[in-house]
Design a protein around this ligand. Sequence first.
Ligand code: ZN
Length: 203
Amino acid sequence: MKLICIGRNYADHIAELNNAKPEHPVVFIKPDSALLPKKMPFVIPSFSNDIHHEVEVLVKINRLGKHIDRKFAHKYYDEVGLGIDFTARDVQNELKQKGLPWEKAKSFDGAAVIGDWISKDDIRDIDDLSFSLTINGKIVQQGRSSHMLWKIDELIAYVSQFFTLKIGDIIFTGTPAGVGPVVSGDQLVGELEGHQLFSLKIK
Ligand code: ZN
């Protein structure tokens, strides 16, 4: 399975990193080796001194598809979740400056946290999900999927032009403002629509 990640999907996060607003969604991929095994702590890698959390709404693909029309995109998932796109910001900034790909900054082992899933049937409005990330009891990121520049169904239509979506693939839909560093000892908790979907220790 693959993890398809969207960058710059919230205007407030684009502003905080001084990025330009993209004409199309920014897309990158994490391999399955980036998945942090369930219940394991996130270990800060030796090659970075600035690991940032990015909390993101996740969508799990439930059928094979390519060139999916936006109006049928809702048929390609029946669960949504919450995760973290861990980013070695120092490494990413260096790669960005040189115009190089981001994999070393975003696709390393453990860089993808995936929490529990919620059935779409239990969601009132998929385009107005509320979610948050708390560190040591303090809210650091808060978002609503209504603020996405490209909504979930648009993202599925867009990425499926390039990549065949397979059962079990997961889309990371981008992070809102409030990204920042994690340090050893931090406890991160993610909530979506009032449900706690992950709790994670940083080592
Ligand atoms: Zn991200």
